[in-house]
Design a protein around this ligand. Structure first.
Ligand code: SAJ
Length: 411
């Protein structure tokens, strides 16, 4: 069987590689020439554990190749971005662009799967769009027009554990027709050892958004507790640890805000679909988005008049032990802190990257430093990411320094 995976990013490339490792002939399609060249050399353009060996193996076995052209195949998996617009609605233009390239290749009988996280109704929109381009086809075989089978199968893998979770997680498959759902299930069963649960497309779309909103609401609760506890002089880490001894309580961890391109985005798709009703979901987003301001004010309060000081900032990634800086609250905290404390020297320590991201590289008072020397030189230490390497610091070297620990690793 031949499958095309459209979009070779954090989700598309691992999915292409795991299908290829299970004997499927996969053609990866991308608009980025560097990505295509890297994959065809058997290389991976970003860091994800175990992915590199899967891609190298699949390419050398001639099971995986990459191209700019959309081929004619039996099944298409779309894993293109669905970023959000300034008005917080979803931008589905990448889905439409992929559909425009698929449409001329269709003869009927093909499976088209949307994996991208999408607002409710997008899979139907995709199906209708394909049929508008190809009125000789149908979504259900009506009027003897050959059917193309359209389904939604949202990805739910955790960055850092993608190659494991692709195999072990349960999957939700929502078809525009029951037949489309069954066909998509058969394709995912090639590599997925979890349960594959069938539903309609809109429920599958909503399930993905709900999972990330559930996490966002729970992180907002933890973040609100940290602000309340700080005001009351209570150690929030101890508080949460104690409360979690209750058999039905499981509070998440506060932090400097919520980053990444899923949890901080997906809840807005629900808010856009039901603005009047989605009150708690909206408030949670706002609570988490306000946390970086609170952290900045905390640092400013602590240093007071002492503005020409050296601050060691530990961590830039959006969470522990990864190199991904996209939508990271740490990056925006450093950027804004450098303006507020323009007489200070900010030494940023991020062992997972080799250079500062563009938002920070132009700032005169921000430099990338090495862990031990930066902490030693610092008057204040601001911890933003709970990377394992930071947990190994000898607490003695922190003595006498102002400390803001947003992740509670030194409590
Ligand atoms: N965070 C906290 N406190 C916590 C947990 C997380 O502040 O107790 C912060 C992290 O530091 C980070 C953000 O939340 O900034 C998100 O991190 P995460 O580990 O919760 O999630 P992601 O964005 O890496 O991946 C999520 C996962 N969704 C769920 O766990 C419900 C993943 O399974 C999804 O596939 C992924 O979103 C996605 O692509 O949608």
């Amino acid at each position: 069987e031949n499958v095309a995976v459209i979009g070779l990013g954090y989700i598309g490339l691992p999915t292409a590689a795991i299908l290829a490792a299970n004997g499927i002939n996969v053609i990866g399609v991308d608009v980025n020439a560097n990505t295509i060249d890297a994959v065809n050399r058997g290389e991976v353009p970003f860091v994800e554990p175990d992915l590199a060996s899967y891609v190298a193996g699949a390419v050398s076995q001639h099971k995986l190749s990459a191209s700019a052209e959309t081929p004619a195949v039996q099944a298409y998996i779309m894993a293109v971005p669905t970023p959000f617009n300034p008005d917080r609605t979803a931008d589905v233009s990448y889905i439409k662009a992929a559909a425009r390239n698929i449409a001329p290749r269709l003869v009927g009988g093909e499976l088209v799967i949307l994996e991208s996280t999408s607002p409710p109704g997008t899979t139907q929109l995709l199906g209708d769009f394909l049929i508008s381009l190809r009125p000789d086809l149908s979504l259900d075989g009506a009027d003897d027009r050959p059917a193309i089978h359209v389904a939604h199968c949202p990805e739910r893998v955790l960055p850092g554990r993608i190659m494991i979770e692709l195999v072990t997680n349960d999957r939700i498959v929502g078809g525009l027709t029951p037949e489309a759902a069954e066909l998509a299930k058969a394709l995912y069963a090639v590599f997925c050892q979890g349960e594959i649960l069938l539903t309609d497309a809109a429920t599958a779309e909503m399930a993905k958004l709900v999972e990330n909103s559930y996490r966002d609401v729970n992180i907002a609760f933890a973040n609100e507790l940290s602000v309340i506890s700080d005001k009351l002089g209570i150690n929030v880490w101890e508080l949460i640890k104690l409360a979690n001894h209750h058999p039905r309580v499981n509070i998440l961890q506060p932090g400097p805000g919520v980053g990444g391109h899923c949890i901080a985005v997906d809840p807005w798709f629900i808010v856009a679909a039901a603005p009047e009703e989605a009150q708690l979901i909206r408030q949670a987003r706002e609570t988490n988005d306000q946390k970086p301001d609170w952290v900045i004010n905390k640092v400013l309060d602590l240093v007071g008049e002492e503005t020409s000081l050296t601050v060691a900032v530990l961590g830039l990634a959006f969470k522990a032990n990864i190199d991904d800086l996209r939508e990271s609250p740490a990056v925006s905290i450093v950027e804004r802190l450098s303006r507020k404390l323009d007489a200070a020297n900010l030494l940023v320590v991020e062992p997972h990257v080799e250079s500062l991201p563009h938002q920070l590289s132009e700032l005169e008072n921000v430099t990338l430093g090495e862990l031990e020397s930066s902490v030693a030189a610092a008057d204040a230490v601001l911890l933003l990411v709970d990377h394992d390497v930071f947990k190994e610091i000898d607490p003695a070297i922190l003595n006498g320094k102002h400390l803001v620990d947003t992740r509670g690793i030194w409590q």
